[in-house]
Design a protein around this ligand. Structure first.
Ligand code: CA
Length: 232
């Protein structure tokens, strides 16, 4: 198999080098871009498997790079992990809603970054996309049967409302991924038009309570949204 190819778009040389060394050590081929403009050119030239995109870039910033990539039919499928700084929650939300897949906050551990890259590549390999899959989802002590619309915690059935079920299924389908409130509303919209961004918080409170011991796996990501916890 050809080596998977990661593009790092980052204006800070130290971070670029650190990321490159660590990803190369894991066997990935790494290319670097020092600006948004260079990054866009590199994506079009080489079609990387994953893009690591710093948000604070001179001239064209990371969000704009992301917007252009996601508007380009040739590039929109390439997963994007945003590299962000503390306090950039609003930009993280904007980026996720533009179609970025994930983010890591600086200073990040390279181990975490490598794990995120690997997770994205793994998920890409099994593209059972958006809602259609009826396969049961087993996570921790939780079992979700989309076909039967049934949720079991430690083997015991939990009675969820329609919307609660949809929110849970949406989050649990991609454990570890952060979703904004808007993305959650958007995903469950077809089933209940009463859902608003604010009411997502209410749904989550209800869900956590009903899930009991499994409720802790729905994590609040402050200023950004929610995620289903991947690891114990
Ligand atoms: Ca920067």
């Amino acid at each position: 198999m050809a080596r998977e190819h990661i593009l790092v778009v980052e204006d800070e040389a130290d971070i670029r080098e650190l990321v490159r060394l660590n990803l190369e050590r894991e066997g990935y081929a790494v290319h670097q871009a020092r600006s948004g403009e260079e990054g866009l050119q590199a994506v079009r030239l080489r079609k990387p498997d994953v893009i690591l995109l710093d948000l604070m870039l001179p001239e064209i910033d990371g969000l704009e790079v992301c917007r252009r990539l996601k508007n380009d039919v040739d590039c929109r499928h390439i997963p994007v992990i945003m590299l962000t700084a503390k306090g950039e929650e609003a930009d993280i939300v904007a980026g996720l809603e533009l179609g970025a897949d994930d983010y890591v906050t600086k200073p990040f551990s390279t181990r975490v970054l490598v794990a995120r890259v690997r997770a994205l590549l793994r998920r890409r390999a099994t593209p059972e996309e958006e809602g259609q899959s009826a396969a049961p989802i087993q996570l921790h002590n939780l079992l979700i049967h989309p076909g039967r619309r049934e949720v079991l915690v430690d083997g015991k059935a939990v009675d969820l409302t329609h919307t609660e079920f949809e929110v849970l299924r949406f989050l649990a389908r991609r454990p570890g991924w952060v979703f904004t409130r808007y993305q959650i509303v958007d995903a469950v919209h077809g089933t209940d038009y009463a859902v608003t961004e604010r009411s997502v918080d209410v749904q989550i409170v209800g869900l956590r309570k009903k899930l009991g011991a499994a409720g802790k796996y729905i994590n609040t990501v402050r200023g950004v949204g929610y995620r289903f916890q991947e690891q114990e």
